[in-house]
Design a protein around this ligand. Structure first.
Ligand code: FES
Length: 158
């Protein structure tokens, strides 16, 4: 469990600052406060329901821990979404692109940071309600979240 917590904290520290190539940015970035709160949430192990809707309409319904990202949900539940999360949340691939309903998009606790927006620009099928799954952290309020996974993905690293 401690290993998972440390992994969670490490992953969060990488979020939205990895492209700056500097540890310093992790500490000056306002988001650096987030790991403490998400770790606390993870300890409580509150669960929410999340559904991934594939391009063919198939639904993958899961139960996920509050504090996990959508990428964590895919990995932890071993969901069969080909190519999803290729860079493991380091904001370098855009393969974790998801499309949300407008009302869900509007209730996300955090807006996309500049690094996420840059990576989204490289995603196929970009919409006004697109986000990267590795940058969406689940909160209790997001219970019942349903996201669409576009048919084609673009691994921006290749
Ligand atoms: S997993 Fe690569 S950008 Fe999200």
């Amino acid at each position: 469990m401690l290993r998972n917590l440390l992994k969670s904290v490490t992953t969060r520290n990488l979020r939205c600052s990895i492209k700056n190539n500097g540890i310093t940015s992790n500490f000056i970035n306002q988001r650096s406060i987030a790991p403490l709160s998400t770790t606390e949430l993870a300890l409580k192990e509150e669960k929410v329901k999340v559904t991934f809707v594939l391009y063919d309409g198939k639904k993958l319904e899961t139960e996920a821990k509050v504090g996990d990202t959508l990428l964590d949900v895919v990995v932890n539940n071993d969901l069969n979404i080909e190519g999803y999360g290729a860079c493991e949340g380091t904001l370098t691939c855009s393969t974790c692109h998801v499309v949300l309903k407008k009302e869900d998009y509007d209730r996300l606790p955090e807006e996309a940071c500049d690094e996420e927006r840059d990576m989204l620009d490289l995603a196929y099928g970009l919409t006004d309600t697109s986000r990267l799954g590795c940058q969406i952290t689940l909160t209790k309020d997001l219970d019942g979240l349903e996201v669409k996974v576009p048919e084609t993905i673009n691994d921006a690293r290749s």
